[in-house]
Design a protein around this ligand. Structure first.
Ligand SMILES: Nc1ncnc2c1ncn2[C@@H]1O[C@H](COP(=O)(O)OP(=O)(O)OP(=O)(O)O)[C@@H](O)[C@H]1O
Ligand SMILES: [Mg+2]
Length: 420
């Protein structure tokens, strides 16, 4: 069973929360104050961008202080009546069993203006009289709806943790998962996430789950990829669509091109449609889509695009009939695209060798790598002496020689060059 790494590796104590040390200090100080007397501000309002540990911090705090955490989110306090139901639990600091209580109203901005039927106002009333600490969380505390509410709260801002901290966290997770990861790879993931820790961990899981090594090359191709949230949402809409229509609509949302989308679906369908009959149906749909794709390529007739898209979206969506719903299954990046980008790195190397050849042959590096390199390779494979001569003449380094021919032959050539 798969489990989201954001949940699996959630901080178990405040010490494991990265960044925001000052905010956490204020929060702890305020909670401790409750042991003496009811403080002036009976609620604390944590705010800041998504995925940086606001909720996780409060959960870790409750654990560290052995408090009973009563967690609520938007749906629980849309109306005045709903909020008033909390008045009871808010009236006592200790539970029946002597445990201290902490009440969390999470995702306050989940109640939109029109949906709020007195919820925010009722919440303000509870804050005025509560006998136990209340924590509020929102992305934006300065929403005009909270103007009055703010007066009764201690405001504490959460900021995006620095990339270095995110790298450290990713390292810790890799250690626990038994993944040997290159520092550069983790740095790349951290920087891409721009301080959104949740998305950094999601990326890491998608790239590294089930592996023992993670290299920079494994992740660097992400730079070519469109935003991940989008493709994940779109995939979910296709693979778990309730109707053909919603699957087709997903394509309009996708800002990846159809070929790329095909790769994503192809990669992920087997793990999401686990019943063999469903999988067979989905693969049939994908192969039909592929036939139309081939026809578009050979005839340049774009009218087939519609069929290509229909088969890979609606066709795949309708394949789900017998697969039982299971827990959360992550979506993986398409391996075929990863392979492509690897050959992109190869092409770059070839071009570098081409540049060396260009100097002697006075043709473009591209032509050199396409037209001369194959001959050089044949010579390298068959004649060590001549190869060594050519290699010195072109000024190729050991790495380049090893790229042109592999193994023992390359070593022999390098040795011969030293003698020359
Ligand atoms: N500062 C952090 N330290 C350690 N882990 C973190 C941190 N921030 C986020 N995470 C990881 O990301 C997950 C999501 O974080 P969390 O739910 O706390 O974000 P949030 O700030 O409440 O976001 P939102 O505004 O979307 O609710 C956590 O469960 C944890 O695994
Ligand atoms: Mg949250």
């Amino acid at each position: 069973m798969h489990m989201a790494w954001t949940r699996k590796h959630k901080p178990q104590t405040l010490k494991e929360v990265i960044g925001n040390k000052e905010a956490i200090r204020k929060l702890v100080e305020w909670v401790k104050a409750w042991d003496k007397t009811v403080p002036k501000k009976r609620a604390i309002f944590l705010y800041g961008p998504p995925g940086i540990g606001k909720t996780a911090t409060v959960e870790a705090l409750a654990k560290d202080f052995d408090m009973e955490l009563v967690e609520k989110n938007a749906s629980d306090y849309r109306t005045e009546e709903a909020v008033k139901r909390f008045a009871g639990i808010a009236s006592q600091y200790s539970t029946l069993f002597g445990k201290k209580r902490l009440i969390l109203f999470d995702e306050l901005d989940g109640i939109t203006g029109t949906q709020d039927r007195g919820g925010v106002k009722a919440l303000t009333e509870i804050i005025k009289i509560t006998r136990c600490p209340l924590v509020l969380i929102a992305n934006n505390a300065y929403d005009p709806r909270f103007t009055n509410l703010r007066n009764y709260c201690l405001l504490v801002q959460f900021k995006k943790p620095p990339a270095g901290e995110v790298v450290k966290l990713l390292k810790r997770i890799c250690l626990r998962e038994g993944i040997d990861a290159e520092e550069e790879a983790l740095k790349f993931i951290a920087q891409r996430s721009r301080g959104d820790v949740r998305s950094a961990i999601n990326d890491l899981q998608a790239l590294a789950q089930g592996k023992t090594r993670l290299t920079y090359e494994d992740v660097s191709w992400l730079a070519y990829r469109d935003r991940q949230e989008n493709i994940f949402t779109v995939l979910k809409m296709i693979v778990y669509a309730r109707s053909c229509m919603s699957a087709k609509q997903a394509v309009d949302m996708a800002d990846v091109d159809p070929d790329m989308l095909f790769e994503w679906i192809y990669e992920n369908v087997p793990r999401h449609l686990t019943h063999p009959e469903d999988l067979a149906r989905a693969m049939d749909a994908l192969s039909l889509a592929d036939i139309y794709r081939g026809r578009i390529r050979s005839t340049r007739n774009w009218k087939f695009t519609r069929y290509f898209l229909d088969f890979m979206t609606a066709g795949v969506a309708m394949a789900r009939q017998k697969t039982k719903p299971s827990g959360w299954i992550p979506f993986n990046f398409p391996k075929r695209i990863q392979a492509l980008s690897r050959s992109k790195a190869q092409r770059k190397f070839e071009l570098e060798i081409g540049r060396k050849i260009k100097r002697k042959f006075h043709i473009s590096a591209y032509r050199a790598s396409k037209e001369i390199l194959p001959y050089i390779r044949v010579i390298f494979e068959n004649n060590v002496n001549m190869a060594a001569g050519i290699a010195s003449w072109l000024d190729l380094d050991a790495e380049m020689i090893k790229y042109i021919v592999s193994g023992k032959q390359a070593e022999a050539i390098i040795k011969q060059m030293e003698i020359l």
